[in-house]
Write a protein that binds this ligand. Sequence first.
Ligand SMILES: Cc1ncc(COP(=O)(O)O)c(C=O)c1O
Length: 475
Amino acid sequence: MASTEHAVETRPGVLQEMARRHLWMHFTRMSAYEQHDIPIIVRGEGCYVYDEHGKRYLDGLSALFCVNIGHGRGDIAQAGADQARELGFFTNWSYAHPPAIELAARIAALAPGDLNRVFFTSGGSESVESALKLARQYFKLTGHPTKTKVVAREIAYHGTSLGALSATGITPLRQPFEPLTPGGLHVPNTNTYRLPQGVSEDWFADAIAEKIEFEGPETVAAVILEPIQNAGGCFTPPEGYFQRVREICDEYDVLLISDEVICAWGRLGEWFGAARYGYQPDIITTAKGLTSAYAPMGAMIASDRVAEPFLKGSNSFTHGFTFAGHPVCAAVAMANLDAFEREGVLENVRANEQAFREMLDSLRDLPIVGDVRGAGYFHAIELVKDKETKESFDDEESETLLRGFLSGELYRHGLICRADDRGDPVIQLSPPLIAGPEQFEEIEQILRPILTEAGDRMHVEGEHHGQGYVERRGG
Ligand SMILES: Cc1ncc(COP(=O)(O)O)c(C=O)c1O
């Protein structure tokens, strides 16, 4: 009998072969898979996913900081299916539909202060791109046409489209595509672990004011910052940082964009990261956890003040994407937020984040663990060659440590996390927000022996520093 169902390929090696031949994986050295299998994940349930051989993995990264509610939720899938049957698609270009309207109102109610206007996108880069374009057009409409530049931080990742890439501060991601959209400026990130000697933490915010002064305030449209900067390894803001940045933005009439592609939707125990650190942005960019990645969707949320000039006369924001506000994605987002509220997902993060942190801090006795930082369910472990001096690994050593050993070894032992060297080498952990002590223990049991072996392989010596590690733990 004819079936409309597509049968999943199960013949040994066939998926591998097809993937090698046809699938262009993102940010991936494809040649690495000439000798090794491509990890093929076929299903998920809660905090766990399963590969094509049926092997189980703890998803310590929520896929890519996005499956916040956990895997395999039939209710969320059902919401998408129901909406597809009712209205599979209509656009937000001059038309509206109930799922986008209801989701926009819901997001506005959750967002801080007067961030009441929601412009949907299909993902994070589109959200950032939209915010940068909005900032430019806002200043053109309000009589400041030369305000076009954006200040971002070194090593920060804000996406890959050419505008967003001009804000991204990771040189190897920028160089292949130069010349980029003009106007991307960079200041130091809040890496307090490597704060230059004799410099106070006030320097981080002051550097933004200095950059604006240097460029000329009449040329700067926006400052874009994550509540906690992911790339480089979960750089948290020092006390008062965002309050000072807010003052600077007000002083120079510059829009503050809070890039919450990762830090919203419970990742830090709040609906938005700005709420965790008590600041009021002019624009929030978000994606990922909005739908827990069950459907691709992002949003740019603008304040009433920023939206106002676009609502008058013949003005409009001359920008859009066909799929943005997709009804199926919006219905999925609604079901996801329903589940968050019904199941107390934010409360779970708040109740357990300390236990998560304590587990990670317990690894500080290992010679290779230099720093542990982050908040909520969003943390990084920085790996060092010498804990005493904080000496890091050079490029070749990082390559050997991360790609040559850690990434593969962690995966082989059933833990999905990220070994990253966009800044100094770090292991990033960002589990689904439904995780708890059982998963933390599992993470520790996999990480400890592997990081111990990594230290041995890299000849990181601990013995002669003795007690020092323990004494410095709190510092
Ligand atoms: C802070 C931030 N901004 C923007 C992006 C880009 O999002 P996307 O990959 O959905 O385009 C990311 C992706 O991780 C991100 O973390």
